[in-house]
Structures are given as structure tokens and as C-alpha cells.
Ligand binder design. Structure first.
Ligand SMILES: [Zn+2]
Ligand SMILES: [Zn+2]
Length: 338
């Protein structure tokens, strides 16, 4: 009988084990872990969740901040991912919009140490409106975190229409969901579940960390478009969504800590054709309009977001605002935190 040398057998065994481990890690093939995010999760585990029972609202909320996951527009700029923002408080993330790239940007932020953007914690999302640039990452947000780690349902809050969009996405992926339901245990299938809440302006969400208020904004012909204000006892953050200049934003901010607001460059706009100008003037806010709005809303910090440059440079856009507005203003970039 021919005998394989011991080292060859051991080598083969190691190769097989490594191959299985690599496949399990990459594709989440085993029921009892590991999933792709696990090694990342463990690195930050002490900061992922608050310890039970001994946290008050004050403990949680002092550090509320906002991270820009995608400052882009429909233009597929590789440096600016699709519109998505996350408010972070009490160890939890609260997403606003899910433009293309949202899950990759959340993973990038997590790898840089933003523990609230652990795939397991992508369980709450607020949608401003149903424009494609703000929602083409929605299928990704439903599926990807569940494939790799999320075990809890995704709760989504948004305008009328979000329910139908959700049902259609789930219907589009019904074969994938059926295959996964056979291959994985029931507790993990909870991660694919979506609880949809169609909301109207007012306080729409509250937990031990945060209060969320929706307000209506004018966005051209869209019947429903919202901005959101996030409150803790210590900080307030307002996110405009896509909007023309709006009294509701001035009222919602009213001296807020951070106002994240969309904007377009006036100099670039002035060079465009008439019909194109009409669209943007009725759907979005120019730098000049934003300067006036911010003077009345009085945010401690104004963060430009969803910048429609129209050929302008960032300095030019900032210059247009700073010429008319004396408060603190920055032009946001992906993965910046405020
Ligand atoms: Zn948009
Ligand atoms: Zn829009």
C-alpha cells in the first residue's frame, strides 16, 4: 500500500480547512457563524451596544453626531456616493436615505471605528423621498446586512409610497429570499424582514437615545418630501433632504447644532439652459437662497450636502455662501463626521 508522506496529508488537510474557513467567512455559509462582519464586530465589541440597565437618556445622547455616508447626487461621481447620511446616538445608527453605495460606505465608516455602523445595527432608516438617487441602495440595505450579520428586522420610516416600493423590492428578490430561507436558520431570516412605517409630519420616532421629527419640504412636483430633525437633550441635527428653500427648515432648525442642507452653485446654474434652470429652481436650493435661509435658521454649523456643482469648484460654491452668510459653513465630503 502506498503511503502518503505525513507532511503531504497534513498539508492537504490544512488546505481543505483553510478553504472551508475562507468560504464560510466570505459567504456566511455556516449557521453558527462566522459571518463576514464578525471579525470586524469583535474588534469593537465593547462599544457596539450600551451595557443593559444602567444607561440614561443623558448618558446616551451627549455624543450624538452625524456622518455623511454619501454626499452625491444622481451624477455617478466615484468620490461622492449616493445620498445617505447617518445620525449616531447611544451606540445606534439612524440612517437617512439609502442612495447607491450606502452599505459599502457604512462598512467603510465601521472599519474606521464608527461602531454604530456595524451591519447588525443597520436597523433603522428614515427616507426623505422616493427619488431614485435616494433609494437605489434600498435593496442593498434590505439584503446585504442580513446576508452577513443582521438578525433583527429593518425598520423604515418614510413618506407614502415607501410601503409599495418595499413590497416591490421584496417581490423582485423572492427567489433569493426563498433560497436563503432554506439554507439558513429561522433566526437569521428575521434580518431580512422590513417593518415599514409611512409617516406624516410630526414626531415620528422616539427611543431611549433620540427623538425624530419629520417636516414637509417643497421638492418640485413631488407630493411628499420630508426633512428630519434629530434631538437629544444635548444636541439637535437637522437634515434637509432634497428641497427648495423652505420655511419649515428654518423653523425646524431654529438655532440647531448642525444643519445638513442640500445646495447648488449659482454661477453654474446661471449658465444652464432655461428648461433645466426651471427644474432645478423648483426642486433645489441655490447657494444664494441657502445663505439667506441659514441667516434665519441660525445653525451653529451649516454642512453643505448633495452639492450640485454644475461645473463650479468647491471653493467657488463655498465662496458664494460665505459672501452672504457669516455663520460657520463647511462643504461636506463622504465619511466626514460632525
Ligand atoms: Zn437627490
Ligand atoms: Zn430628489
Amino acid at each position: 500500500m502506498e503511503r502518503l508522506p505525513v507532511t503531504a496529508v497534513a498539508h492537504s488537510a490544512i488546505v481543505v480547512v483553510l478553504a472551508v474557513l475562507a468560504a464560510s467567512t466570505l459567504y456566511g455559509l455556516t449557521d453558527n457563524k462566522p459571518y463576514i462582519a464578525d471579525h470586524l464586530v469583535q474588534r469593537n465589541q465593547t462599544t457596539v451596544a450600551p451595557s443593559p440597565g444602567n444607561k440614561t437618556l443623558q448618558d446616551h445622547s451627549a455624543g450624538m453626531r452625524v456622518i455623511l455616508l454619501g454626499t452625491g447626487t444622481p451624477v455617478p461621481d466615484p468620490l461622492r456616493s449616493g445620498p445617505a447620511t447617518a445620525v449616531l446616538a447611544g451606540g445606534q445608527s439612524y440612517l437617512v436615505d439609502c442612495g447607491p453605495g450606502v452599505v459599502r460606505r457604512a462598512a467603510a465608516a465601521f472599519q474606521r471605528g464608527t461602531s454604530e455602523l456595524d451591519m447588525r445595527l443597520l436597523t433603522r432608516a428614515f427616507i426623505t423621498h422616493l427619488h431614485s438617487d435616494h433609494t437605489t441602495g434600498y435593496a442593498d440595505l434590505i439584503m446585504t446586512p442580513a446576508v452577513v450579520a443582521r438578525a433583527e428586522p429593518l425598520n423604515v420610516y418614510g413618506p407614502p409610497g415607501i410601503k409599495e416600493m418595499t413590497e416591490n423590492i421584496l417581490a423582485a428578490y423572492k427567489e433569493d429570499l426563498a433560497v436563503r430561507a432554506k439554507g439558513e436558520n429561522l433566526s437569521r431570516m428575521r434580518g431580512y424582514k422590513v417593518e415599514v412605517h409611512e409617516v406624516t409630519p410630526g414626531i415620528i420616532y422616539e427611543d431611549q437615545n433620540i427623538k425624530v421629527t419629520a417636516f414637509a419640504v417643497p421638492h418640485g412636483v413631488w407630493k411628499y418630501a420630508y426633512g428630519y430633525r434629530f434631538d437629544t437633550p444635548h444636541r439637535s441635527i437637522v437634515i434637509s433632504g432634497d428641497t427648495g428653500p423652505a420655511e419649515t427648515i428654518i423653523k425646524a432648525c431654529n438655532g440647531c447644532d448642525v444643519l445638513v442642507h442640500e445646495v447648488y452653485c449659482k454661477a453654474g446654474f446661471d449658465l444652464g439652459p432655461r428648461s433645466w434652470q426651471h427644474y432645478h429652481a423648483t426642486h433645489h436650493t441655490s447657494s444664494v437662497e441657502l445663505a439667506e435661509l441659514a441667516s434665519r435658521a441660525r445653525p451653529k454649523l451649516l454642512v453643505l450636502n448633495h452639492q450640485l456643482f454644475f461645473g463650479c469648484s468647491e471653493d467657488q460654491l463655498l465662496g458664494e455662501i460665505r459672501g452672504l452668510y457669516k455663520g460657520r459653513v463647511v462643504s461636506g465630503k463622504d465619511l466626514e463626521v460632525y
